[in-house]
Design a protein around this ligand. Structure first.
Ligand code: NAD
Length: 534
């Protein structure tokens, strides 16, 4: 439950029992939320385990029906969700509705309908002759209690898109929202109650990184972490020590390749939107643009024209397109990267300045050219409204530069020739590549999300993401239960010879040799029709 700051005694502000919900447009504390004590975690885990057992015993149809109730709860609270996420993160309302509310609704509705097909047991046919008398299949079972540790930048859509597959597969959830967005975390808790999930099945635990670390110490069965590389590394270490499996959705440094035949009007609008949406604080932000030299000047001019028109201001103004950055320390990191780039010869074409006239955390959308890979701006994630444009002499050079990064979350290719675009896409080291669009694959429920290297491991969204929520169990039934197997004990030299003949019969390079292996003394038949077993 939220506590207004005015109602709190001063001493509360300085201790660690509350997390503040701060408006990044003003730095004003809007509400405070009690933190979860680490001492309470064993009891929380016990509650989760109890709720999970009961939940997993319910039918899939029952769990899907619960998802539809959650969908309806989200729909009924859509305005509150948009208001809270916009206020806490500074994102414009349009983005809050589309990237938070709509995405969450679509995921919930989709999985409620699709999960039964995606979780159906699968027959496993046996190609091996010796195994033909068996029938096998896979089943999907919940892990148990999964911990979901979320970032602040999409504080509603990201956790919902993980909670929903966790629940439909029969898991319980411990959700730790970011300490920067506790209000949105609290709304998620309210929606879970409204949708009448059993008590203890989804528990929202408020607090900072120390709480996140302590949650892992209590031994959840799987951890789904979305956040920075630095934290991901710590979580991987902690999970590794305990052999807890994890999915890590970490940072990105998305490349955009603009070929000379691209529609420059569309590509420049995509560059500006992809670089500056959510004030550039998105894992899928367009950060590095490689444009072919024949069209580079025209493309850069179009980007500048469009950047100049952007309206920067508080998200409470419905016409605003670029809100504040989340915190001053984030803005300072962006300034450091820009300073380093300029010192190394980059040219700041527009922006690069604070907008203190608007509030403490506003930064002018920035376009930088003459960049190269010696600069932090081209190597490290830039979590702010900056696009950096590098001119290239060929598509091959663009691909090589796109691949010259520890990150590999996503990328895009812009060209009038979609076949060529797809060919280039398959040569880019990234979890997803879009041809002639940016980032929107994230809104496709069927599309997997996640990338290699510093971008983490595992997948969310899609069937692959759903299967991250389950243990795969293989079951095999022998259809000849009264027949002992010919490879069981009772070993002899003859049996070893027959086993060798079996290998020859199956894999010798010529048919004559295979037949000979079957017919010869101590041939494969000796194993196939063997009787002297223990
Ligand atoms: P962050 O790493 O600072 O925090 C993320 C979460 O981890 C928070 O809830 C935080 O409290 C928690 N945490 C911090 N230290 C912890 C610890 N030692 N153990 C357990 N939990 C701990 O990240 P952020 O600033 O909230 O988010 C921005 C980052 O997230 C960016 O790098 C961005 O690219 C990335 N991100 C990735 C995706 C994706 O899908 N790949 C999506 C959104 C954001």
């Amino acid at each position: 439950m939220a506590v207004t700051p005015q109602s709190l005694p001063m001493r509360v502000a300085s201790d660690r029992t509350f997390v503040d919900s701060i408006d990044p447009a003003t730095n004003e504390v809007i509400a405070r939320y009690p933190t979860t004590g680490t001492g309470d975690l064993p009891a929380i885990m016990e509650r989760a385990r109890k709720a999970q057992k009961e939940w997993a015993s319910r039918s899939l149809a029952h769990r899907c029906a619960a998802l539809l109730r959650l969908r309806d709860a989200i729909y009924s609270r859509r305005d509150d969700i948009a208001t809270e996420t916009s206020r806490e993160t500074g994102k414009p309302r349009v983005e809050a509705i589309l990237a938070e509310v709509l995405l969450a609704l679509d995921t919930t509705d989709f999985l409620a309908r699709q999960a039964p097909a995606w979780l159906r047991s699968e027959r496993v046919p046996h190609h091996n002759l010796a195994m033909r008398a068996k029938s096998g299949w896979t089943e999907f079972h919940p892990h148990g209690v999964v911990a979901i540790i979320s970032p602040w930048n999409y504080p509603f859509a990201i956790p919902i898109a993980q909670i929903v597959p966790a629940l439909v597969t029969g898991n319980a959830v411990l959700l730790k929202p970011s300490e920067l967005t506790p209000g949105t975390g609290a709304v998620i808790g309210e929606l879970i109650d409204q949708a009448k999930f059993p008590p203890g099945l989804v528990q929202v635990l408020q607090g900072g990184g120390d709480l996140g670390a302590a949650i892992i110490d209590t031994g959840p069965d799987k951890v789904f972490f979305t956040g920075s590389v630095a934290t991901g590394r710590r979580i991987a270490e902690s999970c590794g020590r305990r052999l807890i499996p994890s999915v890590l959705e970490l940072g990105g440094k998305d490349a955009m390749i603009v070929l000379a035949d691209a529609d420059l009007e569309t590509a420049s609008s995509a560059a500006v939107w992809g670089g500056f949406t959510n004030c550039g604080q998105a894992c899928l932000s367009v950060e590095r643009i490689y444009v072919e030299q024949d069209v580079a000047e025209q493309f850069i001019q179009l980007c500048l024209e469009k950047t100049r028109k952007l309206r920067v201001g508080p998200p409470s103004d419905p016409d605003v397109e670029i809100g504040p950055m989340i915190r001053l320390r984030q803005l300072e990191k962006v300034e450091d990267q820009l300073r380093d780039a300029v010192e190394r010869g980059a040219e700041m074409l527009i922006g690069g300045i604070r907008r203190s006239d608007l509030g403490p955390n506003f930064f002018q959308p920035t376009v930088v050219a003459r960049v190269n890979h010696s600069m932090q701006l081209m190597r490290d994630e830039t979590f702010g409204p900056v696009i950096a444009i590098q001119t290239v002499s060929s598509p091959d050079e663009a691909i090589a530069l796109a691949n010259d990064s520890p990150f590999g979350l996503s990328a895009s290719v812009w060209t009038a020739d979609s076949t060529r675009g797809a060919e280039i896409a398959s040569r880019i080291r990234a979890g997803s590549v879009m041809v002639n669009d940016v980032a929107s694959y994230y809104g496709i429920c069927e599309a997997p999300h996640g990338g290699p290297g510093a971008s983490g491991w595992g997948r969310t969204h899609s069937r692959l993401g759903l299967l991250e929520m389950v243990q795969v169990k293989y079951i095999d039934v022998d259809r000849l239960p009264r027949i002992a197997k010919s490879w069981w004990f009772g070993y002899t030299a003859e049996l070893a010879a027959a086993a060798g003949s079996l290998v020859e019969m199956l894999f010798a390079p010529s048919w004559q040799k295979r037949f000979a292996a079957l017919a010869k003394k101590h041939g494969a038949r000796g194993l196939i029709f063997r009787r002297n077993r223990i």
